[in-house]
Design a protein around this ligand. Sequence first.
Ligand code: PEP
Ligand code: MN
Length: 263
Amino acid sequence: VASLETKPDPTVVTARDLKIGGGHVGVIAGPCSVESEEQILTVARQVKAAGAAGLRGGAFKPRTSPYAFQGLKEEGLKLLAMAREETGLAVVTEVMTPHHVDLVAEYTDVLQIGARNMQNYHLLQAVGESRKPVLLKRGASATMDEFLLAAEYILDQGNTQVALCERGIRTFETHTRFTLPLASVAYLHERTHLPVVIDPSHGTGIASLVPPMCTAAVAAGADGLIIEVHPDPHKALSDGAQSLTPEAFAGTMEQCRKVAVAL
Ligand code: PEP
Ligand code: MN
C-alpha cells in the first residue's frame, strides 16, 4: 500500500497548519520532553515565531535508563494542549503503548511512534485504527524494508496519514550519537508516496551539527524536519546536548528557506 505502484501521487500528511509532503516542508520543533508549563509555553511561542507549524514534546518518554526522567505523562499532554490552544501549533507527541492510544489521541494532532517501538506491531495496528496522522520513526537497527513494512501495518488498518521519519541508525561510528543517512530521503522517494521527515537532533546527538543537517535535508528533498529546541538546553531534563536554543532554531529556519528557493 505504501508503494508508488499503488499510488503514484505523494501523500500529504496534514494536521492543522502542518503539511508534510507534496511540496510542503513541515517543520516540527520543541523540546525532547515537556518539563513545565512555563517551559512548553515559552518554547511554543518561540518556535511559532520562527515559522514552525508543529510543536513536539514528549510526555511519555522511552528512556534508556529506568532511573532517568520518564516524562510528565498525562500532565504533559495537558500542557501540550494548552500550548496548542494559545499558538495554534499542531502537537506531535509519542505514544508508547496500545493502551494509551485513546488518551494520547485526545490531546495530540499527530501520534509519534518512537524508534524503539517501530516493530511493536500491536501498537502500529492501534494507531492504524485511530484516524490521527502518524509520524513513524525508523528503528535504530531497522532496514528500509523493515521500516516500510512497519508503515504497512498502519496503512493496513485504513489510516492513510503516515509520515516516515529517518532519525539515524546505529553503526560502528561513535563520533555522533547515531549515523544520519540523508540518502534515505531520496531512496524512500523512489519507493513510496509517503512523506519523509528528517530528525537531525537524534540523528547526530550534537546541537552544532543540527543546523547544517537541516539545510542538507531540505536540499535533498525532505518533506519535513523534526528538531529539538529548548529555551535553556543546559537545563534540559533530556537530550540537552542535541537541543538548539530558540535563537539557533530561528537562524536554521532562515537558512532552510534560502536552500528551498536557492539556485
Ligand atoms: C524523541 O523524539 O524524543 C525520541 C525519543 O526519539 P527516537 O524514538 O527517535 O529515539
Ligand atoms: Mn529526544
